[in-house]
Design a protein around this ligand. Structure first.
Ligand code: HIS
Length: 368
């Protein structure tokens, strides 16, 4: 019987060995790719002052974060729900004088008060890279290509990248397709729900073609180009072309120019990563502005738990049982040759039940 005090809160779970091993394998594969591409790992803390998480980037609210008063400082702390704003803080403060572009990588747990219906988990392992000091098409291209490489290294297949233009409505509403400030949000909402009738009723008739400029990249781009009277989107569309050419055929590309779910702070460019077998998104990224220093940046975050679930099962390592009185130097030799060892502690152990595939016999591993 489980004592109720042993239960975990909703959306939180223990990762037992098989699941932890999958996560570890995926995490290592992705981190190696980031390191190989010159991204230096940093480790911001799990919690910090609420204000510093909130003010770093536009559109972040701490409402979805766990918050409490710190008995030491008597100030409100928040548990991070996203690591990117922390990287922004590091770039704007302790690494403000580091040469640009600055390439940083990270991996750590995040927590959310309220999960979504699609993904009930309230603890999520984020892993990512941020390229600080550039939000050009070249920077975005590097970042998207890197994200795709990381997912491939984790063993994922059928990778696709869905591009979006998070500030599209604002850009168009400013001049090319003017909207009264009061109707901008309404138009955005109708575009979110892809409701043509609602869009017209809200006074956003001019925005109707945006509803249809979605799908496979080239087709959707052709429609967007048609719409771009006056060239308000010219530089953005060229940017998208450049990013797409960088990805080549390593991933399928689609475009949904008005998608803004999950893009609270991204500016001209955003993307969502999908892959075969991954429930929901495998990751997300885009360009953004770091507050305080007002510096442009581009980056991505991979949602490791989701990725690990879909990644191929890591190979079961060969484990050799070391019976009482074994030769320590032989055991050391086996470990350096890639074996996993397990020492006998007492009589009457069952090496097979303990996960061993071999036993050390006459100085050599013998199959069990
Ligand atoms: N941290 C963002 C994605 C991102 C990273 N860099 C820029 N955007 C997320 O998890 O949705």
């Amino acid at each position: 019987m489980t004592d109720t005090s042993d239960l975990l809160p909703e959306g939180l779970e223990d990762r037992l060995p098989a699941s932890a091993a999958r996560i570890n394998t995926a995490m290592r594969a992705c981190l190696d790719v980031l390191d190989n591409h010159g991204y230096d790992r940093v480790r911001p803390p799990l919690l910090e002052f609420e204000g510093s998480l909130e003010h770093r980037m536009q559109g972040i609210t701490t409402r979805s974060m766990f918050r409490f008063v710190d008995p030491a400082s008597l100030r409100t702390l928040a548990l991070r729900s996203d690591i990117t704003p922390q990287i922004g803080r590091i770039a704007a403060t302790s690494m403000a004088n580091a040469p640009r572009p600055l390439r940083l990588a990270y991996c750590g747990d995040t927590a959310l008060i309220r999960a979504s219906q699609l993904d009930p988990a309230r603890e999520r392992l984020q892993l990512g890279a941020e390229l600080i000091g550039a939000d050009t098409a070249a920077a975005a291209g590097e970042v998207v290509a890197l994200a795709v490489r990381a997912l491939r290294a984790a063993g994922l297949t059928g990778i696709s990248v869905d591009f979006t233009l998070p500030d599209l409505v604002d850009t168009l509403a400013a001049k090319a397709m003017p909207l009264a400030p009061a109707t901008v949000e309404q138009v955005r909402r109708e575009l979110d729900t892809k409701d043509a009738g609602g869009l017209k009723a809200a006074g956003g008739e001019a925005y109707l073609p945006l509803l249809y400029a979605t799908g496979p990249f080239e087709d959707a781009m052709a429609k967007l180009r048609e719409l771009d009277a006056g060239g308000a989107l010219k530089s953005r569309l060229e940017g998208l072309e450049a990013v797409a050419s960088r990805i080549g055929d390593t991933a399928r590309i689609t475009l949904d120019p008005t998608e803004r779910h999950g893009f609270e702070y991204q500016s001209w460019f955003g993307f969502t990563l999908y892959a075969h077998g991954v429930r929901g998104a495998a990751g997300r990224g885009g360009t953004y502005q770091i507050g305080g220093r007002d510096e442009a940046a581009t980056g991505f975050t991979i949602y490791v738990d989701a990725v690990a679930e879909a990644a191929p099962q890591p190979e079961t390592p060969r484990t050799v049982y070391l019976p009482l009185g074994f030769d320590a130097s032989k055991a050391e030799q086996l470990r350096s040759a890639g074996w996993r060892t397990l020492e006998q502690l007492s009589e009457h152990e069952d090496p097979r039940a303990l996960g061993c595939s071999h036993v050390l016999e006459n100085g050599e591993p013998a199959e069990l």
